[in-house]
Design a protein. Structure first.
Lengths: 275, 245
């Protein structure tokens, strides 16, 4: 479990995040959503320790990460895996070496054992025959899967994903989302995902934190989103008419009515089950 | 004020390098990799430059020594001392600032921009120790070796040009090389090459490690690293010459 308490961060006097608190449970996909510049990446970087917050603290399983000594932080970091927006694979290493890197750095396992583990995680992310390929030879989706394999190779307790679907087609995005969800449940990880992909929100979001201009605007489950009356959240998530229709259809399905003034006949094509 | 800010961050970066390695084997592997990149990667250009520097020095010295009272073996003495004292350590290190320095800056800059450094930090690796220290230690080992090779090749190049141009015979050149030889000059050249090696590796590492932005900024950081390294090499050359000669 990760607890974020009253985190604040500013750069050159400009407040980027202010007074953000959240509790992210193990075995769940915790999503941080918000439009570009809302502070979600900075918040995630504060949580993993890449940025030092100006105020507040982050607790990993009850231990204050913010005030920890460097050595203790290193121990916690060995339990963290992160999937970066651009994959962040080491260009000079091939796929096998990339995934093996954390094992070589932090374990004393034999080469055979490490290789077995590499093949195991590659299989887990549904990749075959790519061991000798270099990052430049992989597609965007494959890079993400290799990065995910590297992130989970040490069996981390915490998994962070920064925009895991950026630059991917909807089908590949779905594959990555499902992988993240499956891995989270399988290894009971506390997963924190930064995204503005609404498919991801509805597909994998167990807990959703909506950021608006550096502040926590809303939090809840994906079911709560359907019923949310927060205008900023609604205009962000259901930005297009298509998504608004989808939301209303879902609400109709769940409650038999829609709470706005839209024409239900038009929405359902005259087959409104509530009428 | 930026310059003081940069000096402060540079000193903190140097201080941050000295932590216990997470895994000695991985650090050794990285050190050997850097030795290969810096040492063997620059050997070709150093060899070519050194031979031509020696050759040109011989021809130009002979051109200027017009008095019949000065024996031709003096040319070899002048070439030897010029190559050992200045050309091999300073000129080669300025070239290396361009070759190895820009490579270090762009490698680290690319790793920073593509979040590879962040990925290492998240894993719990001290990136200053893992990425910068092996480069500096490798430079401190390989660059003085390159300078020694450069001295030998420069003197050999002078011998070759002297004979080819009919300026002086090989026996005369060899005789001149042994006359009035001061071994301290070699020690002085090595001291200079150690100082320059530190500049060539640490300054580009600083500019590359702290780069912000994208591909354009990597290029800018790389250029700035080479320019600052060259200026510092020339400044250090003057200070060391004033203090040690």
């Amino acid at each position: 479990m990760i607890e974020v308490k009253n985190i604040a961060k500013s750069f050159d006097g400009r407040i980027v995040i202010e007074d953000v608190s959240a509790v992210m449970q193990a075995g769940q996909c915790n999503l941080i959503i918000g439009s570009s510049g809302s502070g979600k990446t900075v918040l995630q970087k504060c949580i993993v320790g890449l940025f030092e917050p100006d105020a507040g603290e982050v607790l990993y399983s009850g231990q204050s990460f913010t005030t920890m000594e460097r050595d203790a932080k290193t121990e916690i970091r060995k339990e963290i895996g992160m999937l970066f927006q651009g994959s962040a694979l080491f260009d000079s290493l091939n796929v096998e070496e990339n995934i093996m890197f954390p094992l070589s750095m932090f374990t004393t396992d034999t080469h055979k054992k490490k290789l077995d583990r590499v093949n195991e995680v590659l299989e887990r992310v549904n990749l075959k025959d790519v061991n000798r390929k270099f990052p430049a030879e992989l597609s965007g989706g494959m890079k993400k899967r290799v990065a995910l394999a590297r992130a989970i190779v040490l069996n981390p307790k915490y998994l962070f994903c920064d925009e895991p679907n950026s630059g991917l087609d909807p089908q590949t995005s779905l594959v990555i989302d499902k992988l993240i969800k499956e891995i989270t449940i399988e290894f009971n990880m506390t997963t924190v995902v930064n995204t503005h992909d609404m498919n991801s929100v509805m597909e994998i979001g167990d807990y959703i934190l909506y950021m608006y201009q550096g502040r926590k605007e809303w939090e809840g489950s994906k079911k709560d989103i359907i019923f949310s009356k927060n205008e900023r959240l609604n205009s962000f998530i259901f930005a297009s008419e298509f998504l608004q229709d989808a939301k209303d259809m879902r609400m109709l399905e769940l409650t038999g009515k829609i709470p706005n003034i839209r024409n239900m006949d038009n929405l359902t094509g005259g087959n409104n089950p509530a009428i | 004020m930026t310059i003081f800010n940069d000096i402060g961050r540079y000193l903190l970066m140097i201080k941050g390098m000295f932590t216990k390695p997470e895994n000695h084997k991985m650090y050794w592997k990285e050190f050997i990799h850097q030795c290969t990149e810096i040492g063997f990667g620059s050997l070709g250009i150093v060899a070519i430059i050194s031979v031509f520097i020696g050759a040109v020095s011989t021809i130009q010295t002979a051109y200027q020594l017009v008095s019949p009272l000065i024996p031709p073996s003096t040319i070899a003495q002048i070439v030897r001392d010029t190559v050992i004292l200045e050309f091999a350590p300073t000129l080669v290190c300025i070239v290396l600032a361009g070759v190895a320095g820009s490579r270090i800056a762009s490698e680290l800059g690319n790793m920073r921009v593509s979040e590879q450094i962040d990925a290492l930090e998240i894993m719990g690796v001290n990136t200053k120790t893992y990425l910068i220290l092996p480069k500096i230690v490798a430079a401190l080992l390989m660059i003085p070796l390159l300078v020694v090779i450069s001295m030998a090749l420069g003197i050999w190049g002078g011998r070759l040009a002297g004979t080819a141009a009919g300026i002086l015979s090989t026996s005369m050149y060899d005789k001149g090389l042994l006359e009035l030889f001061v071994p301290y000059n070699v020690i002085f050249a090595l001291i200079k090459s150690y100082v320059f090696s530190f500049i060539i590796s640490s300054i580009p590492a600083f500019y590359g490690y702290y780069v912000k932005g994208g591909a354009l900024e990597i290029g800018r950081a790389s250029t700035k690293a080479v320019v600052v390294s060259c200026i510092l090499i020339l400044f250090a050359d003057y200070i060391l010459s004033a203090l040690l000669l």
